[in-house]
Design a protein around this ligand. Structure first.
Ligand code: FE2
Length: 229
């Protein structure tokens, strides 16, 4: 189907834009595809647990923290994340968990439906890493090297350059506590709950299989939006 580019970009950008404006009580977003749609890279069983139990726990615990006054009522998820270092750990961990997982679901699409990198993104990746393949190798290496639980990211950093980073626990590059701040374009979850049922302790195998389900159309739209900011 041919669709005007601006319209397609607006559609793709909508979930993240809506997420940023969300304030409490927070709710678990629906997955943008069926739980078995990402198999075999990610099994239905993993998706059901990851979305229905783990992500739900972050939402539930974030609402509990807000109810007991850990952060001012009505603070948006975007602001909770941006000011994470100023709040108790329950906000940092659970607002981060909610934001990161919502972003993660939108970063993926069923195999064959994720589109391709835009020419602009491909050009930027080639300029920094030499090739798409070399970029993927570097991203996988950063994900494998993250000690314990955390995330690996492709960001636009404060110099408007692409950079691969990783964060511990449920931190992310938008947080005031981030060692390497920036705008996330893509993030992979390297907590064991993301892959253990299928891959057991073989995190590198999960990282290399995950490319089959990356939504490059969404990532390319994020890149265009990040450069406009
Ligand atoms: Fe997770």
């Amino acid at each position: 189907m041919i669709r005007p580019i601006a319209f397609a970009a607006a559609l793709a950008a909508a979930p993240t834009a809506l997420l940023a404006q969300q304030d409490g009580p927070f709710t678990l977003p629906d997955l943008p595809y069926a739980t078995d749609a990402l198999a075999p890279a990610i099994s239905a069983e993993t998706m059901e647990l990851h979305h229905g139990k783990h992500h739900q726990s972050y939402v539930t615990n974030l609402n509990a923290a807000m109810e007991r006054g850990d952060a001012p009522e009505g603070t948006t998820l975007e602001d909770l994340v941006a000011e994470a270092g100023t709040y108790p750990a329950a906000i940092r961990n659970n607002a981060g968990g909610h934001w990161n997982h919502s972003f993660f679901w939108d970063s993926m699409a069923p195999q064959g439906e994720g589109g391709e990198m835009s020419p602009e993104l491909m050009e930027a990746i080639t300029a920094v890493y030499g090739s798409d393949e070399a970029f993927r190798d570097a991203f996988e290496a950063a994900g494998a090297a993250q000690f314990g639980s955390g995330w690996v990211w492709l960001i636009v950093n404060e110099e408007d350059e692409l950079e691969i980073t990783s964060t511990p626990n449920q931190d992310n590059p938008l947080m005031d506590v981030a060692e390497t701040p920036g705008t996330p374009l893509l993030g992979n979850d390297v907590w064991e709950h993301a892959y253990y049922l299928t891959y057991e302790n073989r995190r590198p195998e999960y990282l290399s299989s995950w490319w089959d389900v990356v939504n490059w159309s969404e990532v390319s739209d994020r890149y265009a939006a990040a450069l406009e900011e």
